[in-house]
Design a binder for this molecule. Structure first.
Ligand code: PLP
Length: 448
């Protein structure tokens, strides 16, 4: 029996459980419970208690995202209420492509496009999987599931799209007035039906605070089944492993090398998923984090001092995070700085370099990057030549540039073509309700 088979056997024999990052000795809870809770009761984030182990040949007969997802995630759901539904959840969640597109003529550099879902950003993968899984757990529930999501732009749209039209759930999106892009605002306010958008007279921090207060409010919790669909939910992280599996296997099959990834990073959810994929045995080399001017992680890897700070507004706004929550998951896996710096490296890219990279790569490759993707392209260009040319690199495109056309079009002097799905959203009628930045206003609004 080879190693993969014996490990698979070990997982199958027991249930896979998830424990809190803050309780190393916890027995853990099954996937469905981690999914419904979001955050662990001690305030930590859920991580797998044990890791399954794969080799590339385990995926020999898997050619598309749903089949790779089903194979990869099955051990994580072993013994769980949702295990029988996993193939259907994967088919429902991964119903669009994640193509690997070569960049330029040189072999060995490609972009993984994660923006072909309904809201044109990678968050569609996690949000759709979470929505599909959560609503399946609720088919017999007496009450609607009330999803409350605070957003600085992309998350709210992906969650709204994923839950829109589902009979068992109701979504309230809180976003800060004047602080999301016009295209983003349309994506937050175009749904109707079971999705309600609230334009909050305050900042993203106000939106987050109100949502947090709502979850802690006994009266609201008695009247509604509240859930957060938050990006720290393990139900959003696991599905993000799937496109890393698919991309690394594609490169492996073609040239028998384990590709390295450069990932635009904010809260580190996308990067954590890549590291988890490597952890379970997928052929992945280096993982490099591309941050914007919010330097908390690059500074930590350089000087060993963890100094979270207030976020700074940048052109790559979905990555404006000064205290990345998923660092807690990475430190659980790599408890020492030495271990962490062996596992990942990081660089920081300021707004001027984002703008310059969008322009220069358009000239060089006729490729249009969104500001987030441009951080990864810049980090790639800054790699020392021997490291850059000696490996197979995949940079991750987290959003379609049309989502940020207010930034990209003036730089390039062209109209950015809008993908069909996004164009369809942008023609829908919009509606929102204004909300004062306090819990009382939200309570009133939810009741009327
Ligand atoms: C959310 C987001 C990011 C950051 O992803 P994390 O998982 O928070 O690191 C990067 N780019 C885009 C377009 C995003 O929406």
């Amino acid at each position: 029996m080879n190693a993969a088979a014996s490990n698979a056997a070990r997982v199958v024999s027991g249930r896979m459980l998830f424990r809190s990052t803050r309780s190393p000795d916890d027995a853990g809870v099954p996937f469905a419970e981690a999914l419904e809770r979001g955050l662990a009761p001690d305030g930590g984030l859920y991580v797998p208690v044990t890791w399954p182990r794969f080799s590339p040949s385990d995926f020999a007969d898997c050619r598309d995202l749903p089949s790779i997802g089903t194979r990869l995630l099955k051990p994580f759901l072993t013994g769980d209420r949702l295990e029988p539904d996993l193939p259907a959840i994967c088919r429902e969640a991964f119903n669009f492509q994640a193509p690997l597109v070569p960049v330029g003529r040189a072999d060995g550099f490609a972009v993984l496009e994660l923006f072909h879902g309904p809201t044109a950003a990678f968050k569609d993968f996690g949000a759709r999987f979470l929505a599909s899984a959560l609503t399946r757990l609720r088919t017999d529930a007496q009450r609607l599931l009330n999803i409350l999501v605070a957003t600085s732009g992309d998350t709210g749209g992906a969650v709204a799209a994923a839950f829109h039209g589902r009979r068992t759930a109701q979504v309230s999106v809180l976003y800060p007035r004047g602080l999301v892009s016009p295209t983003q605002e349309r994506q937050l306010t175009c749904w109707g039906d079971n999705v309600q958008a609230f334009r909050v007279m305050g900042t993203f921090d106000d939106c987050q605070r109100i949502a947090k207060e709502a979850f802690g409010d006994a009266d609201l919790r008695q009247r509604f089944d509240l859930s957060s669909a938050n990006s720290i939910n393990v139900g959003r992280l696991l599905p993000q492993m799937v496109y890393y599996a698919a991309a690394s296997l594609a490169a492996w099959r073609r040239v028998q090398v384990a590709p390295s990834f450069i990932i635009p990073a904010g809260n580190l959810g996308n990067a954590a998923a890549c590291i988890w994929a490597r952890q379970v045995g997928l052929p992945i080399g280096e993982v490099v984090l591309a941050h914007n001017a919010n330097r908390t992680v690059p500074d930590y890897l350089a000087n060993g001092r963890w100094q979270p700070r207030a976020s700074r507004a940048t052109l790559a706004s979905a990555m404006d995070v000064g205290d990345p929550s998923n660092m807690e998951r990475l430190r659980t896996m790599f408890p020492t700085l030495a271990a962490l710096t062996t596992a990942v490296s990081a660089d920081s890219v300021d707004d001027a370099a984002i703008e310059a990279r969008i322009k220069s790569d358009f000239r060089a490759y006729q490729q249009i990057w969104c500001p987030h993707t441009a951080t990864a392209a810049e980090v790639y260009a800054r790699l020392p030549p021997d490291r850059r040319l000696g490996q197979h690199w995949i940079m991750v495109a987290t959003a379609h540039p049309a989502k940020f056309r207010e930034i990209v079009e003036p730089l390039l002097g062209i109209d950015v073509p809008v993908p069909e799905a996004l164009a369809a959203l942008l023609t829908r009628a919009t509606s929102f309700r204004d909300l004062a930045p306090d819990l009382a206003a939200l309570k009133h609004a939810l009741s009327h």
